[in-house]
Write a protein that binds this ligand. Structure first.
Ligand SMILES: Cc1cc2nc3c(=O)[nH]c(=O)nc-3n(C[C@H](O)[C@H](O)[C@H](O)COP(=O)(O)OP(=O)(O)OC[C@H]3O[C@@H](n4cnc5c(N)ncnc54)[C@H](O)[C@@H]3O)c2cc1C
Length: 512
């Protein structure tokens, strides 16, 4: 098989380079570029080798030691530790929290972080999932008046030193419902100056994490999301003993196979309340804004990787007397995939830009409203498209695409989780409707699309307006159509403004 990956994915990505070239101040780009170049180089060298090694040797759960004592230890291959160290050193979590980075880049720190993560993601066996949850936890802990465990944890979560860097989990989903979080049943009981948690969490990704932020219901708290509080659950007690929770098993998954996802039983696990008890769900939503952004970064990155592979293959493979990339229909397919990858990149980076401005308190109330809606639209659209684009790329290889050696089956498996976790497509489409019903949201989005002179904006805004004013059942039925329409128009507007020629949707790639 010919070499399909370029020597450097930063240098080989004109859309990313053009975007950062026009969205970043020159001094920020000059400061960030050496790191982007190095990440682009690493992505096709050591990161790819470590990612491949992790896929071949997924983590194992060691439940008992030789004396029959329960230890519940997740054993990772050395390559996973290498990925963790590389992510920490590159500041994939740390950069937007560092005084020095913020002094240099300000709000643009989030754009640089998103670009580095985008280059990192497609080679690294879904290690961006731990990065995402750690970033989300850091945001929540940095924003609340935390107790001693929170203060200590934050220092570790944003460390660039691999020896002291920790990662976090996000323990929300329970067996009876993931989307319907209000049904959560894990109980929190006060025990002196701390809390103890009881019950089961059904999906715990990165389950070997040093801390997790978990939703639980204090005794006597009301039902529904109102009664949920957020807790910091350390893996170990300060004296080194394990906290009181069991990892019942690691899940056997379609994809994300290198990243251990466990089922956890909390058996009186010691926990520290994060923020005010009544704000648990609101704080988890703040965490989700960050993890959804990383989800979109991963989706855009996977699409770009798929396009790079399919384009390189088309430049070598011949059929009917000429190279695949000389056949008009194949050119159309590659063009449509590229348009989707470019659109996803632009919408995702717009969210990173807005998040940066919100965090540095530069955002207007309109920008904050646009982000609140946009992050749901971006996550739902890019995740769904990642599956479609990788599927198309796989087909572009013919039968070889179905073979593990090409790397495409793994991308395909890993893409399929993106529309599910951090909120499914339908759940986010319904969330978008709720946000659209807030007085200012539609006006603010309308201003954003107007500024971009986005094609077809009147039609999709009218459709959204009509849906939120109509009866609730019809609105729910229309939710996906409205959400996809808004996301597509927004992307087209961003692409048009950046003079990247593309019209979405591409052939056969329209998600519904
Ligand atoms: C690999 C993997 C790792 C995960 N890691 C974590 C983790 O670390 N932490 C964590 O908390 N969770 C995690 N999750 C769980 C994930 O977030 C949930 O699976 C997801 O939110 C969906 O919840 P559910 O599985 O209970 O599905 P359900 O909520 O039962 O949904 C089933 C279907 O019903 C649809 N649906 C639900 N409500 C509505 C509605 N009102 N209208 C229309 N359709 C609706 C959904 O869109 C979906 O298609 C992980 C999941 C996977 C697959």
């Amino acid at each position: 098989m010919p070499r399909l990956l370029p020597e450097n994915t930063w240098r080989a990505d004109p859309a990313l380079r053009a975007l950062l070239g026009s969205w970043l101040r020159p001094e920020t780009l000059a400061w960030a570029e050496p790191e982007l170049i190095d990440m682009g180089r690493a992505a096709v060298n050591e990161l790819q080798a470590w990612g491949d090694a992790c896929e071949r040797q997924p983590a194992l759960l060691r439940q008992f030691d030789g004396w029959g004592i329960r230890v519940d230890e997740v054993l990772y291959p050395p390559a996973w530790r290498e990925l963790a160290a590389a992510a920490a050193r590159a500041g994939l979590v740390a950069s937007p929290y560092e005084g020095e980075t913020l002094a240099r880049a300000g709000a643009e720190a989030r754009l640089v972080q998103a670009a580095l993560s985008y280059l990192f993601a497609p080679s690294t066996a879904t290690y961006l999932c731990p990065v995402a949850m750690t970033d989300g936890a850091a945001r929540v802990l940095a924003d609340c008046e935390g107790g001693p465990a929170a203060k200590d944890a934050l220092r570790h979560l944003i460390s660039r030193d691999p020896a002291s860097a920790w990662t976090s989990g996000q323990w929300m989903t329970e067996r009876q419902g993931g989307s319907d979080v209000g049904l959560n049943a894990v109980v929190a009981r006060r025990d002196g100056d701390h809390w103890r948690l009881f019950g089961q969490k059904f999906f715990c990704s990165n389950v070997g994490c040093e801390i997790a932020l978990a939703l639980a219901r204090p005794e006597q708290a009301p039902p529904g999301t109102r009664g949920l509080a957020l807790f910091l659950v350390p893996r170990d007690h300060p004296d080194g003993r394990r906290n009181d929770y069991r990892i019942d098993r690691l899940k056997d998954k379609l994809g994300t196979r290198a990243m251990a996802t466990g089922e956890v039983t909390l058996d009186g696990a010691s926990a520290e309340l994060v923020g005010e008890a009544e704000r648990g769900f609101a704080q988890m939503t703040a965490m989700l804004n960050i993890t959804r952004l990383h989800n979109a970064v991963t989706a855009a990155a996977i699409m770009r990787r798929a396009v790079m592979l399919a384009s390189a293959y088309a430049a070598h493979r011949e059929a009917f007397g000429r190279r695949l990339d000389q056949h008009p229909l194949h050119q159309e397919i590659l063009r449509a995939m590229t348009a989707q990858a470019d659109g996803a990149l632009h919408l995702t980076m717009r969210m990173a830009q807005l998040l940066g401005r919100i965090e540095t308190k530069e955002a207007t109330s309109g920008e904050a409203a646009v982000f609140r809606l946009g992050i749901a639209l971006t996550k739902l659209y890019t995740a769904k498209q990642a599956v479609a684009v990788v599927s198309e790329a796989l087909e572009c290889f013919g039968g070889q695409g179905y073979m593990e050696d090409t790397g495409l089956p793994r991308l395909f498996r890993d893409a399929q989780v993106l529309p599910i976790w951090e909120g499914t497509t339908s759940v986010l489409a319904l969330d978008s409707l709720r946000v659209l019903r807030r007085a200012e949201t539609l006006d603010c989005l309308s201003a954003e699309l107007e500024r971009l002179d986005a094609p077809d904006r009147r039609r999709v805004l009218d459709e959204a307006h009509h849906a939120i004013r109509g009866d609730p059942e019809s609105a729910e039925r229309a939710a996906r159509r409205v959400a996809f329409g808004l996301a597509e128009t927004w992307m087209n507007g961003l692409l048009q403004a950046s003079e990247t020629p593309a019209t979405l949707p591409g052939i056969g790639l329209r998600p519904r």
